[in-house]
Ligand binder design. Structure first.
Ligand SMILES: CC(C)(COP(=O)(O)OP(=O)(O)OC[C@H]1O[C@@H](n2cnc3c(N)ncnc32)[C@H](O)[C@@H]1OP(=O)(O)O)[C@@H](O)C(=O)NCCC(=O)NCCS
Length: 186
């Protein structure tokens, strides 16, 4: 599937993707053009926002990668990447999410990011499976939320967990299976 970097002119198409997902899942979330521009297309913390295109060149999904700021909502350590993926239900399991992650991973390397966090609702089975398939592993769980971690460069996962727990007061750190260069042993 083709991808390209998103631009401001894509706002309406990204909003449609979010609304398609809401219609499909019933999970409410902000989904208007102003939100899309603020959060994804003109966010000063953005590293890259990539769109995926179907055979007709229509946008069927997007992925945003931003740099975590201090005091962010999910307590992601400052300087890590935060990733979000949104594919219209009409295009699921067609490789769009995988193509988007190739672009985001490249952007992460170019930006010198070492770690990327993905926040997923506990009940979102496809989101959990997708990020696992991309090489993310669970490092933190709290009420209703699973946080998965991707090491852009080979790093020891146990060290990443320790770093995360230093900024985290309660949730457990679960070490996953080694992948993408992450090691489960200290
Ligand atoms: C999760 C999501 C991003 C996956 O996107 P996608 O374009 O369907 O993903 P891909 O087709 O590239 O799938 C890549 C791999 O992820 C895994 N995967 C994706 N969806 C899956 C599902 N529903 N069940 C099991 N595995 C799944 C598979 O290993 C898949 O490889 P395969 O198809 O060769 O088996 C998409 O379903 C989506 O946008 N959902 C709504 C929003 C969301 O949940 N975002 C992520 C969490 S916040």
């Amino acid at each position: 599937m083709d991808t390209r970097m998103a631009s401001i002119g894509d706002a309406a198409a990204l909003t449609r993707v979010l609304r398609d997902i809401i219609d499909h899942t019933g999970r409410e979330r902000p989904s208007d053009d102003a939100f899309v521009i603020r959060q994804y297309l003109a966010n000063p913390a953005s590293i890259r926002c990539t769109v995926a295109l179907d055979a007709a060149g229509e946008i069927i999904g997007f992925q945003s990668l931003i740099r975590a700021k201090a005091g962010n909502r999910y307590d992601v350590p400052e300087g890590w990447g935060i990733i979000g993926t949104h594919i219209s239900p009409r295009a699921h399991r067609q490789g769009g999410g995988s193509a988007l992650f190739r672009s985001s991973r490249e952007a992460a390397e170019q930006a010198g990011l070492e770690r990327i966090d993905a926040c997923i609702a506990t009940g979102n089975a496809s989101g959990l499976r997708y990020y696992e398939a991309m090489g993310f592993r669970t490092y933190r769980e709290s009420t209703g939320i699973v946080q998965k971690l991707y090491g852009v460069r080979p790093v020891r996962l146990i060290h990443l967990c320790q770093a995360a727990m230093m900024s985290d007061h309660s949730p457990a750190c679960r070490v996953g299976t080694a992948a993408n260069g992450l090691s489960t042993t200290g």
